[in-house]
Design a binder for this molecule. Structure first.
Ligand code: SF4
Length: 259
C-alpha cells in the first residue's frame, strides 16, 4: 500500500488515532498472549515464540517455569533436558542455547535479574529489539511498540508508513500516538492482524476499520464471505462490531482459535 499523495502528515496522524480508537473498541480483550508471571518468564516465553504460535509456547512453559524458576537455573541447566522440554516450539537447539546463555548473562551481568532498559535488554542472548519491547511493555510497564509481522503488514495496509525496516516503522508509528498508548496499541494491532486482517485473505467486509482503510477490498467485501474469515474466541462480537449479522459467522469458526 502506498501513501495517499493528498493526505497531509497531520491528516494521517488523525486517521491513525481514529484507527487506534476503533481498535480499542474492537478488541477490548487485547493483551500479551504469552503466559508469564515475571520478567524472566516473559523473556523465556518470547525467545520460545520465534517461529511458533503463542498457544504452543503456553503449553510448554508451565513445566519449564516450574523446573527453572531463576536465571541461575537456566545458566546451569542440562542442555538435553531443556531441549526435550521445549522441542514442540521448534528450533529447539538454538532456543536452548539462547535460554542457557540468557541465564548466564543475567547471572554474570545483572545479578540474575532481567534489566528494565532497552539498551541493556538488547545486549542479552536471544533478545532483539522486538522481544525487548515486549518485555518492557508487559513486564515493566515501560511503553514499547512491538513491530512484528502483523504490525508491519497492517500499518502498511493502512498507509501509515511505507517503511519496511522495523525500527523505522517503530519510530514513525510511535510519533503518531502518545507514548502511554504504545503497548496496548501494539496488542490491539496484533490482535486485529490475527483475527481480522490476515496476510492472505483479510476479512474486509467484516472489518471495523473499513471506512478508515485505503486497502479495503484487499480481501472479500461481501459480508457473508468476510464473516467466514474472522478468527478467535470473539468472532460473533467482531462481526457485530463491523455491522455484520453475527449469524453469518459459521458455527465452527466460533470454536476456532486465532493463530
Ligand atoms: S479493511 Fe481489509 S485491509 Fe483494511 S484493515 Fe480491514 S481487513 Fe485489513
Amino acid at each position: 500500500m502506498t501513501r495517499s499523495a493528498t493526505e497531509t502528515d497531520l491528516g494521517r496522524t488523525r486517521r491513525a488515532r481514529r484507527i487506534g480508537r476503533v481498535l480499542t473498541e474492537t478488541h477490548p480483550d487485547a493483551h500479551c498472549e504469552l503466559d508469564h508471571g515475571s520478567p524472566l518468564e516473559l523473556a523465556v516465553a518470547t525467545i520460545l515464540s520465534a517461529q511458533c504460535t503463542d498457544k504452543k509456547v503456553n503449553e510448554v512453559t508451565p513445566k519449564l517455569f516450574a523446573r527453572y524458576p531463576t536465571a541461575a537455573d537456566y545458566a546451569g541447566a542440562d542442555r538435553g533436558e531443556v531441549e526435550e522440554m521445549i522441542k514442540p516450539t521448534g528450533f529447539y537447539r538454538n532456543k536452548t542455547n539462547s535460554l542457557i546463555q540468557l541465564g548466564q548473562a543475567l547471572v554474570e551481568r545483572y545479578a540474575g535479574r532481567v534489566p528494565n532498559r532497552l539498551a541493556d535488554l538488547v545486549t542479552l542472548p536471544g533478545i532483539g529489539r522486538k522481544t525487548a519491547n515486549v518485555i518492557l511493555g508487559n513486564a515493566f510497564d515501560v511503553p514499547g511498540i512491538t513491530v512484528d509481522t502483523h504490525f508491519q503488514r497492517l500499518v502498511r495496509r493502512w498507509g501509515l508508513t511505507t517503511e519496511t525496516d522495523p525500527v523505522k516503522i517503530e519510530h514513525e508509528i510511535g510519533a503518531m500516538f502518545p507514548k502511554r498508548d504504545w503497548t496496548m496499541l501494539s496488542h490491539r494491532i496484533i490482535f486485529h492482524g490475527r483475527r481480522v486482517c490476515h496476510a492472505r485473505k483479510p476479512a474486509c467486509g467484516a472489518c471495523t476499520l473499513a471506512k478508515l482503510c485505503p486497502s479495503y477490498g484487499t480481501g472479500p467485501t461481501e459480508p457473508a464471505a468476510a464473516a467466514k474469515l474472522l478468527k478467535g474466541p470473539r468472532v460473533r462480537a467482531l462481526a457485530a462490531a463491523a455491522g455484520v449479522d453475527p449469524e453469518l459467522v459459521p458455527a465452527q469458526a466460533v470454536q476456532a482459535e486465532a493463530p
